[in-house]
Design a binder for this molecule. Structure first.
Ligand code: SF4
Length: 410
């Protein structure tokens, strides 16, 4: 999960993302640049903890990166998930710390919010009062209102932001999100209506839209629905990541992305700084290059860019596109899974049972966390682990993608 705002602060000391950019656009000194990139990456401690507190979900969405699983509560309890969270949150960087210079943030990334999570989240706020608390949800948190301790007038905690996924108008949303159930849209809209009661005074409510072959042509309609009814403050549009074998069928094609881009450009002009377009994988960047052409992309990617930690933003005919290179993933967040393990990106694609018991999936688990971890050291361990098993390989693929661009530039 990433910060939505495009930061305008200048970076005076080179960050890993700037070395990454040099690696993509310069022809020489690659070994030296790689060393510098890794050195910076290790020093850039994430200010976000991304927390999967429950592995089961009430929906079965077509683009979901998780598999169907049973509740993971027993794993959380057995491995003292609460104690581990408290210990790490206490040590998170503050808004005065580089490279982010932003408040620390804990995001409940799913899969669904449960009653027993609320006590933990409340305590976390007490331990670290400057912490931003975020929730990513499908709208089903409103089920908690049925509980007597947690009705909507007296919700025990306030979030600083809530993101609810909306994939299009009702028919399209229900086609992508749990088509068998046909209730996902109603649940999401109900969530949007109720969410404001669970937000802090300055809290932000946003919608997330994942582009697929099912909804790519419904962006304007979706924006009209969300903004004309004032359901949300912001909309975040992204491509499906990761595209897994189970959802390859609905992966957006080059032609479809081209149509989507036209619509995104229009709505971004209409709702400036309220709609954000983000790409997380090099395969989608490759589609974009195919659409706009290598020559034009080269000009843009060298001249019309700006950096923020882990993100490069480039401007395509007035449209800001935020790209988060996969090789730099550790900058996004420190990931804690439901069984209190620190895991890597893409670990969500496997069940807890597979991750814990099958040696083929061991590489997604950095470590089983204890209640005594040092946050900075744990983050650095995550970075080095990622680099060894995934990061270096992603960097090679990203460099392959930029081969022609680099060669012509020099
Ligand atoms: S609501 Fe989210 S976690 Fe649940 S199935 Fe859908 S995409 Fe997956």
């Amino acid at each position: 999960m990433n910060q939505p705002k495009i930061k305008t602060t200048k970076i005076f000391v080179k960050q890993s993302i700037q070395y990454w950019h040099l690696l993509m656009t310069q022809k020489n000194n690659h070994e030296e640049l790689k060393k510098k990139l890794l050195h910076s990456l290790k020093l850039e401690i994430p200010n976000i903890i991304s927390l999967v507190m429950e592995r089961t979900c009430n929906l079965n969405c077509r683009h979901c990166c998780f598999q169907t699983e049973k509740t993971s509560q027993k794993y959380s309890q057995k491995n003292n998930l609460d104690v581990i969270i408290y210990n790490l949150v206490k040590q998170m960087p503050s808004a005065q710390d580089s490279p982010h210079f932003e408040r620390p943030c804990l995001i409940h990334t799913g899969r669904t919010l449960k009653l027993w999570h609320l006590d933990i989240l409340s305590k976390v706020k007490k331990i670290k009062p400057d912490l931003e608390l975020g929730l990513i949800d499908n709208g089903s948190f409103t089920n908690l209102f049925e509980s007597t301790v947690c009705n909507q007038r007296n919700f025990p905690i306030k979030f600083d932001f809530i993101d609810i996924s909306i994939e299009g108008p009702k028919k399209i949303h229900n086609l992508q999100r749990d088509p068998a159930g046909q209730k996902a849209f109603t649940t999401a809209v109900n969530g949007l209506k109720q969410a404001k009661k669970m937000l802090t005074k300055d809290g932000r409510l946003s919608a997330l839209m994942t582009l697929t072959s099912l909804n790519y042509n419904h962006i304007e309609e979706t924006v009209k629905f969300l903004f004309s009814k004032k359901y949300v403050d912001e909309l975040h549009i992204t491509t499906m990541n990761p595209a897994l074998p189970k959802n390859f069928q609905i992966e957006i094609s080059v032609e479809q992305l081209k149509i989507a881009l036209e619509q995104i450009k229009k709505v971004c002009q209409q709702y400036k700084r309220r709609i954000f377009f983000k790409i997380y994988n090099y395969q989608d960047l490759s589609k974009l290059i195919e659409i706009i052409g290598e020559k034009k992309f080269r000009q843009i990617f060298i001249n019309k860019i700006f950096f923020s930690t882990g993100v490069i933003t480039f401007n395509l005919n007035g449209l800001n596109i935020m790209y988060y290179p996969s090789s730099m993933w550790p900058l996004e967040s420190f990931l804690i899974d439901a069984d209190a393990c620190n895991r890597t990106a893409y670990s969500h694609s496997y069940t807890l049972c597979q991750l814990r018991n099958n040696s083929n999936f061991k590489k997604y688990t950095v470590t089983q966390l204890t209640g005594e971890e040092n946050y900075k050291q744990a983050c650095q361990k995550q970075t080095m682990y990622w680099w060894k098993y995934f990061g270096q390989e992603f960097l090679d693929k990203e460099q392959m993608l930029f081969k022609n661009i680099r060669a012509d530039h020099i």
